[in-house]
Design a protein around this ligand. Sequence first.
Ligand code: HAM
Length: 455
Amino acid sequence: MIQKQKGCNDIYGHEAKVWKYVESVIDATMEKYNYGYIRTPLFEASELFHRGIGESTDIVTKETYDFQDRGGRKITLRPEGTAGVVRSYIENKMYGDPNQPVKVYYNGTMYRYERPQSGRDRELTQFGMEVLGSDDPFSDAEVISLAVNIYKMLGLKEIKVNINSLGDKESRDNYRKALIDYFKPHISELCEDCNARIDKNPLRILDCKVDADSELMKNAPKTIDYLNEESKNRFETVKEYLDILGVSYEVNPNIVRGLDYYNHTVFEIEAKVEGFGSNNVLGGGGRYNGLVSQLDGPETPCIGFACGVGRLVKALELEQVKMPLVEDIDLFLMYVNEEEKKYAVYLSQELRMAGFIVDTEYTGRALKGQFKQADRLNAKFTAVLNSEDLNNNEVKIKNQKTGEEDVISLDVLIYYLDEKCKDDEFDYCEDDCDCEHEDHECCGDHSCGCGHCHE
Ligand code: HAM
């Protein structure tokens, strides 16, 4: 039997419904913030990631899926979404659009050749957002709050926002020097990779997985102590806007991020729910003012964020968040003979096109088996088509919950189902939900953010 590759997942059944729901909330929220959807290719010229993410990052040195195509081109499967969006921004001259900043979001698979473990896959899905063309600290705060609001809309409660600042070029240069001065005398105590990093890119020593817990690493200089006045003020302004937006956060000077393109604001959002395990960073991002020009575009200040959808789904499950998943169907149509079957074929299509979720029998089961199938599918209504009723232009419909039966003219079946299915449409919150709706009645559009009330 051929098996899936290590670090890859098949997502189907109930889990697929959760993914689709999560993606629908992401889409709806991004729309409210007026972000446009962007799809960029799964593979790009390897050079894009080498120059964009950084030659000495773990992602580029150890984790990319690189290959040569049949034309001899060096290709890499995208390990993240930002570099591709920036390439597209430059190539399509989006910087020339008077509608600035360009605000885009994406949701797609990325590939990293990592050691697979819980929360760390080789094929992963990220949703992400990028704001290209704004240097306003308000954009930094808004991206952070947007990320938090998506989690809130989904009903996630146990999260923590960590923010930090790497500062501008001058601050980063000062910090780089401090790191070299600090690590150089002890370099023999660090791993081989860190020895190579000290001159090339000392900031990357701080991502080292081998020496992460050493005292030397813990006492390393912190970025925040090397910010110049301007960078400090900028960071203060970002925090003020976060306060206005009601985002709780902690300044964590250990957040430096594993990609080279960042400056100023960097942040990560952690899942705090018990049982999550060590790979608990749901998402991270930051400002990357130098990347567009580094990739041959005009100077363009940018900020963005990306979240691992797999980790997000895991957090929702661990927090046992209730989701409005469609776990039932409106009607299951049953039949016995060929004439009834033909009518089932016709009627199922008519009702589906009228907006109902309808299923029928495909495997030749006897009526008893069809009833069992209707139960398995959680059908709200069932109908056994029989020749006599059909000749009278009627159908007998049974409400599976109440056991009530009605004989309905086929001419008004759609109106009948419409009425009955609507009755069942609204749901109510959990009693302990803290939403503000009277009697916890559903608002229908998730705007209260309680994550419980739903259509
Ligand atoms: P990143 O921190 O490399 O940032 O990835 C963002 C999120 O993707 C992580 O927090 C995690 O949830 C998820 N993730 C990363 N690697 C894996 C993996 N192997 N398995 C499962 N999930 C994973 C970026 O990718 C940046 N492009 C974010 C960004 C956007 N910065 C600015 N704009």
